[in-house]
Design a protein around this ligand. Sequence first.
Ligand SMILES: [Zn+2]
Length: 412
Amino acid sequence: MRMKLALFITVLAVPALLAQSPAIRIHAATVIDGTGKVVRNATVVVQGSKITAIETGTGSNATYDLGRLTVMPGMIDVHAHVAWHFDKDGRYAARPGTPAQEILYSAENAYVTLQAGFTTIQSPGSPSDVELRDAVARGVLPGPRILTSIRQLNERSGTPEEIRQKVRQLKSDGADVIKIFASASIRDGGKQTMTDEQLNAACGEARTLGIRTMVHAHSPESIKASVNAGCLQIEHGVFATDDVLKLMADKGVYFDPNVGVVLQNYLKNKEHYLGIGNYNEEGFAYMEKGLKLNADMIKRAVATPKLMMVMGTDAVAGAHGHNADEIVERVRQGNQQPMDAIIGATSLAAKSMNLDKTIGTLAPGYEADLVAVDGDPLTDITAVTRVAFVMKGGTVYKNVSAGSARASRSAP
Ligand SMILES: [Zn+2]
């Protein structure tokens, strides 16, 4: 009887084993887990879409032996405008082209972002993000996981009651986050634009519905008003004073300064933008000044105790694929510790998006979103810009490392 039962179990177990794909083992000299831990001579074991173990020891039975490379979680950009692009004439496409053109440019941006090691982005946002997000999630089109605000709220969004209604509508339209403009653009001086009542309505209603908020705010008063309205995350903050930096730290509000990509990209691509909207000589002069203001602000932000700084670039047309430059510049200009900068682009960024149980950390049970970079980013942060290997959800999207044991796996 016992024998029969054992046989029965064996027969049942065989199809289950066959159905399970073999584990993928990724070995590297160094594994940075995203929360501050470093494991040397380590192997990340992946089964299906998830990490099942991190083992130490040789890479002799590795599927991918990445040698001296450093493995870390797939990077996260909490502020990337994946739809922004230059048109066929090389001009910033302020007015949308055909829907087909728009979505293909977005797909291209998603692809180069993934190849640069970013496995999740938050787009603040464009209506076409919804289709792009869902297409990537179907698992065929290569791109990062995408979160989107779909649209934005600003001072023209109406009365407080109308704003509350718009927040409810955004949520039912599938927005992952509410994007709010509390201040003017840096090209227009960055002063507060929404009233305190409008901000209270936007962030208050979002809180009630359990949807997150991210606020574009440059001036100290617009940052203060947003924090007091219960908004959860502040973007940019070029004119942030020590007072408002401390206020964000005290209130547990995430801060996403953008010091390494966006202004540099605008200045580098000036001829592609100049003459469109507020991309005029005056606007570019503000952005030129913004470089110096940012360099000063980021040092003070890094020095502010307990300030939770997440990694966002504000990547626009021309900047996609250069996202990791932001990490480099926070270390270079802001004297941020490389490990803190990496945490800001991995586990802390995931936490800011309420995804800290699934991504941003290399540990058993997490999604297998990981990259390998050429060098040790803890001693040379520019290593994060040299991405040799990208896996998202257990699928390898890039492998230009020399030491792949089975290169045939490295599709597509
Ligand atoms: Zn932006």
